[in-house]
Design a protein. Structure first.
Length: 264
């Protein structure tokens, strides 16, 4: 019998990070983190990519931050030796974060090398690195299940409007011979990031990701990240990336098909 854990959902891991789970669920997630490196890596990624550090630590900067932060750090229990390196590094990450605030340093992701804003040259590298880290954890089982009917696809795509101002139809984001699986809004560095996930029957998970951008139009380019191929480009208002395990020629062909249909 297989001992492989089912990957917890992002909602469960986020609730764990925020301390919103009950004792039984917390223990279950902790056990999975200890036993499964993939779970530990995803937990660390979510902890780094979505926490509102400035808001969380703002009250600590108002009065006597050193005493209050020292109390917080003292309350962190010692990590157990059996815990994987990924989760151990997450604890060290928070310790360094608290120490930085004690020293009076303005803490944000850029300062500690976790992320960067979606402006200028950074959006052409940092956000793609974060997406690649996330998608590298996907397996075909992550996206298993039937293809959603068109009305469900349309409803999910409608959720990408709002701050991103993305009005997309299922036909615009359909990829040749590749199954649409879901569309959702994620967050990176406090800004919305649209992810449309697909399952290629030949090469596995694939995703089209979009962020708002003021960096101006950019012609398509290609790079490799986390063992996957990435085609990325930008128009006047948005930056795009298509990431997957398909060969470069096929990824380029698919990206060209998407670009011809999406006019944001």
């Amino acid at each position: 019998m297989s001992t492989k854990h089912i990957m917890p959902s992002d909602e469960e891991l986020t609730a764990f990070i925020d301390g919103e789970l009950g004792a039984e669920e917390t223990a279950r997630i902790e056990a999975m983190v200890e036993a499964d490196e993939a779970v530990a890596e995803r937990l660390e990624f979510l902890a780094r990519a979505s926490l509102p550090y400035k808001q969380a630590f703002a009250p600590l900067l108002d009065a006597a931050p050193q005493a209050r932060l020292e109390a917080m750090v003292s309350a962190i229990p010692a990590a157990r030796p059996a815990r994987p390196a990924a989760f151990m590094s997450r604890r060290g990450f928070f310790g360094a974060l608290a120490a930085s605030v004690v020293a009076g340093i303005a803490v944000d992701r850029a300062m500690i090398g976790v992320g960067a804003s979606f402006s200028g040259k950074d959006e052409n590298s940092e956000w793609r690195a974060v997406v690649a880290e996330y998608i590298s954890l996907y397996t075909p089982e992550t996206l298993a299940g039937p293809v959603p009917p068109r009305d469900v696809q349309a409803a999910q795509l409608a959720s990408l409007d709002g701050d991103l101002r993305l009005q997309l139809s299922p036909e615009q984001v359909a990829l040749p011979d590749i199954d649409f699986k879901r569309a959702q809004i994620l967050q990176y560095d406090g800004k919305p990031l649209a992810q449309i996930a697909y399952l290629d029957p030949e090469t596995g998970p694939m995703a089209l990701c979009i962020v708002a951008s003021d960096g101006g139009p950019k012609a398509p380019d290609i790079e490799g990240r986390k063992g996957m191929n990435v085609v990325y480009w930008a128009n006047a208002t948005h930056a795009f990336m298509l990431i997957g395990h398909a060969p470069v020629d096929r990824m380029t062909e698919i990206a060209d098909a998407v670009r011809s249909k999406i006019s944001v």
